[in-house]
Design a protein around this ligand. Structure first.
Ligand code: ATP
Length: 371
């Protein structure tokens, strides 16, 4: 029988009155790059800490290679953790920082030298052995922390927001490096982030969490193209989420118009949430539009313009390379594959209207959290 590398079976974790994780069912396979994604406080770090053994489940079972982990102490687990705040030893140089664990394990000098050289090459810091840790940039220090974690050849590497303290450019470079490293090493990565772009670009599998519950598990493109509910649609990328009704298979009505779509299997007349991504909306002359509205805001974003359009009181976001002006009246057209239908959920009506969008711009320019 095929065993998953790690398996959560109905796992819950409660702290006093807070249910940090609620009935988690999840598996992780060998060599997978799995990302836990969600807003602050959703339970991602708790999930990682359960695997590392720093916390134990209140309920349910956690398996590693088919065996119950509950009686295995943290230091006996075949996992290694990289934290956002990389605790390097400031009084040791790069070499000794990386060699620390191997020295404790009484490995031979020759082996240690070989392994430290190998991982320094992997993190692109060959020749940095004798440098003091203080003389390195934040990005270099983070790479040393990663080198230190992988030098012991862990089966699984747990990474808790390892790039959050870095600036945007460095973060992007490190994302690519980490992904390449993971492929090269053949190590299973379980990666925690609240940054959806990071999750989309790096992962084989994304687990979206909110309030301790799994919202969706899937490949990045599935999560983006087929969000299961309004929370996922809103959290992953930008989404217009409109109240609609499924008239029959492949036919949905919203904003006072009937649209062809690719979805089926809903009851006739079933109320649904309709997702339209901002890049999937075509702008046409007013008279030719399926819907029309007033442009209330235009923001130049470099490659495209991001515009807000008031359509019957609901504010849509549209990304376009066309030039339009504030106050202009435009028509919009939607191809069937631009429309994605979701079941109503507890998140219906909470997201997807861009009326208060200008407030969100501040958050978008945040280079990372500093807590
Ligand atoms: P962040 O991105 O802010 O770190 P997170 O998604 O990692 O958030 P967790 O740290 O897993 O979230 O926390 C989930 C919930 O459990 C939160 O409500 C948090 O306050 C609570 N919690 C976590 N650890 C403890 C603890 N040791 N004692 C009490 N409550 C805790």
């Amino acid at each position: 029988m095929h065993n998953h590398l790690i398996e959560f079976k109905n796992v819950s974790k409660t702290f006093d009155t807070t249910e940090a994780l609620s009935n988690i069912n999840l598996y992780v396979d060998e060599n997978e790059f799995l990302t836990l994604l969600g807003p602050s406080g959703c339970g991602k770090s708790t999930l990682l800490r359960l695997i590392a053994g720093f916390e134990s489940p209140t309920d349910g079972q956690l398996l590693f290679e088919g065996q119950d982990l509950s009686s295995i102490p943290p230091h006996k687990r075949k996992v290694n953790t990289v934290f956002q705040k990389y605790a390097l030893f400031p009084h040791l140089n790069v070499y000794d920082n990386i060699a620390f664990g191997m020295k404790i394990q009484k490995k031979s000098k020759k082996e240690i030298e070989y392994e430290v050289g190998r991982v320094l090459e992997l993190v692109n810091l060959k020749g940095f052995d004798r440098r003091s840790v203080d003389s390195l940039s934040g990005g270099q220090q983070q790479r040393i922390a990663i080198a230190r974690a992988i030098v012991n050849k862990p089966h699984v590497l747990l990474l808790d927001e390892p790039l959050a303290a870095l600036d945007l450019k460095l973060r992007k470079d490190m994302q690519i490096e980490l992904k390449n490293m993971q492929k090269e090493l053949g190590v299973t990565f379980i990666y925690v982030t609240h940054d959806q772009e990071e999750a989309l670009s790096m992962s084989d599998t994304i687990v979206v969490l909110n309030e301790g519950k799994i919202q969706q598990i899937g490949a990045p493109c599935d999560i983006y193209n087929e969000p299961r509910n309004a929370f996922v649609a809103d959290f992953i990328g930008e989404s217009n989420i409109i109240d609609g009704v499924m008239l029959e298979n492949y036919k949905a009505s919203f904003s006072g118009h009937t649209f062809q779509c690719l979805d089926k299997g809903f009851a006739e007349g079933e109320p649904v949430d309709v997702v339209v991504r901002p890049e999937d909306v075509d702008i046409v002359p007013e008279g030719e539009g399926m819907l029309c509205g007033n442009v209330t805001q235009v923001t130049f974003m470099g490659v495209h313009n991001e515009i807000i359009v008031d359509i019957g009181g609901f504010k849509w976001m549209i990304q376009t390379t066309d030039s339009v002006n504030v106050g202009e009246r435009i028509g919009i057209s939607l191809d069937p594959d631009a429309i994605h239908i979701m079941k109503k959920s507890e998140y219906s009506g909470m997201f997807g209207d861009y009326s208060s969008y200008s407030n969100e711009l501040d958050e978008l320019s945040d280079p990372g959290r500093d807590e």
